[in-house]
Design a binder for this molecule. Structure first.
Ligand code: MSP
Length: 519
């Protein structure tokens, strides 16, 4: 396990063209799980999320609802905050691109690029997809339509400021490929890195970073007739939120100004290019440090189809919470398919996994074990004579694999290990049949009974610690049943020096209420 340190993690800032769905929830839950685990490990964590509120897409959405754009943004941003509260998301900063401090930062950043002669003014004609908020090249179009949104892009011809992106191609390639380069940043998973280097090798065009006819955005400080391109505006959030590299910025978050660079930007693979090429190039041009890592997870479909309002298969986080509760929803999202791969999500599959993993496996283990301790041992657990933890080697191994999964964002590994631990205990109980021993008065049977229940409660303690970042409320409830005097964080940190756990002798174990009622 790594040593204590600062850890700065971000999610994308989400467009406010609609309320959050489970796609946004997926990334945000992942960032939350990592943040919670790092905090438990003793790291000083900064978890940043927020909303992306400028540009044509938002203007259109507000007009569609016949609302003033600012009021509309306030409403949807509040909807995001509310959804995250209900999902137990422990962010530290929620940034909005309409925050005055952010707007000020964007002016300083773009003004700086202009002073450094990184921008050129020239004419551009291209096909712009409003839903993507980007120009599409001829090769990207399919039958003249945006391949993602199946809409015809708008032909735009205007004079804009261009950023010399092409100038950074060789440098970016070197930085990304040479792991010893002082500015190296990691792109994970490896296939995403290959995708970026492959594309970079093919060449790089300059990009327009302003719009001439966009009333809803941040005017360029040196040419107020132009507004900052919404993607440049959005990317800057990662440093404006911590008030970094912006001299004179009297930022409320000034206390965080030495937090940049981010340890990891967690994003979906749809916005890989912006984060791995455009953002680092903008930072290089501004003379600012680059993020340390970009992790792009996969994209999921819902019942085999792209999630969209037209298809009518959009799932909102509140729907999941209504069915499974917040904790189980968090778990199920990350249990659906490996983080980093593409996958499919369906309520049927969630129900199946909920029953198999949570109701029948972990939930059953907790309820039967705490029940037996109460019934057979009067609720009191004593360390069995001659007990050693030698037969818990396998559990220790599973615990460290699970912890490793939480650090490397391989949540599927963590979940698999937790389920293995629980299965191991359920099989142990089935095999040893403690209820038979309980009816015997022979001292050796009594001792054996104590040992079995002691072992299982000890494994349950390991499971509870691992569930803490994934299912914080449930894990705290289980912890409360185990008569544990220490905080979970202190116990986890203690395990760094001395792997393995113990239970105090005479611990009073409470009977668990049903935690995962069968669906
Ligand atoms: N506003 C930009 C991001 C700017 S970051 C400087 C944006 N916003 S978005 O609202 O479209 O959110 C995109 C992100 O939502 C994805 O990168 C991913 O994190 C998440 N997802 C949205 N739909 C998803 C799936 N169907 N599957 C997985 N993740 C999904 O892009």
């Amino acid at each position: 396990m790594s040593l204590n340190k600062r850890f700065f993690v971000t999610t994308p800032i989400y467009y406010v063209n609609d309320l959050p769905h489970i796609g946004h929830t997926y990334t945000t839950v992942a960032a939350d799980v990592v943040s919670r685990w790092r905090r438990l490990m003793g790291d000083d964590v900064l978890f940043l999320t927020g909303t992306d509120e400028h540009g044509a897409k938002i203007l259109e959405a507000a007009a569609g609802k016949k609302k003033d754009v600012r009021e509309y943004c306030d409403e949807i941003a509040a909807g995001f905050k509310n959804a995250w509260k209900n999902m137990g998301i422990s962010y530290d900063i929620f940034i909005r691109t309409t925050d005055l401090l952010h707007e000020d930062a964007v002016r300083k950043f773009t003004g700086g690029l202009n002073e450094k002669k990184e921008l050129n003014f020239s004419k551009y004609e291209g096909r712009y997809c409003i839903q993507c908020e980007k120009y599409l090249t001829e090769t990207e179009l399919s039958d003249g339509l945006c391949p993602d949104h199946k809409t015809k892009p708008v032909v735009q011809s205007e004079e804009n400021y261009f950023f010399n992106l092409s100038k950074y191609r060789d440098k970016l390639l070197e930085i990304i490929q040479d792991t010893c380069h002082p500015q190296h940043f990691e792109i994970l998973p490896a296939e995403r890195k290959n995708e970026i280097t492959g594309k970079l090798k093919k060449g790089l065009d300059d990009i327009s970073i302003s719009r001439a006819e966009m009333p809803w955005g941040i005017p360029l400080p040196f040419d107020p007739g132009q507004t900052v391109y919404v993607w440049v505006d959005a990317l800057i959030n990662y440093i404006s939120a911590v008030g970094y590299g912006l001299p004179g910025q009297k930022n409320l978050n000034y206390a965080f100004s030495d937090w940049w660079p981010a340890d990891v930007h967690i994003i979906g693979k749809d916005i890989l290019w912006f984060h791995c090429v455009i953002w680092p190039a903008l930072l290089l041009a501004s003379g600012l440090p680059l993020p340390k890592k970009i992790f792009a997870h996969g994209y999921f479909t819902v019942n085999g189809q792209k999630m969209s309002k037209t298809v009518g298969n959009v799932i909102r986080p509140a729907e999941l919470i209504d069915i499974f509760g917040a904790d189980a929803s968090r778990f199920l999202l990350l249990a659906a398919f490996p983080f980093g791969s593409d996958g499919d999500i369906s309520l049927d599959d969630f129900r199946e996994k909920y029953n198999a993993y949570l109701a029948d496996n972990i939930g059953n283990l907790i309820s039967r074990t705490t029940n037996m301790v109460e019934k057979y041992l009067g609720g009191r657990l004593t360390v069995p004579a001659g007990w050693t933890d030698s037969n818990l080697q396998e559990i220790r191994q599973l615990f460290s694999e699970a912890a490793e999964g939480l650090e490397s964002l391989s949540f599927e590994k963590t979940i698999r290990s937790i389920i293995s631990m629980s299965t191991f205990c359920n099989q142990y109980i089935d095999r040893e049949e403690p209820w038979r021993l309980a009816s015997s008065v022979a001292p050796s049977d009594r001792q054996k009974l104590q040992k079995i229940l002691y072992d299982v409660i000890l494994v349950l303690k390991h499971i509870t610690l691992l569930l803490a970042p994934l299912m914080p409320e449930t894990s705290a409830k289980i912890w409360g049943l185990l008569d544990e005097k220490e905080e979970m964080a202190a116990v986890i940190r203690g395990m760094r020096d001395k792997p393995g756990l113990s239970l105090p002798s005479g611990a009073e174990i409470k009977k668990s209420p049903p935690l995962f009622p069968k669906q």
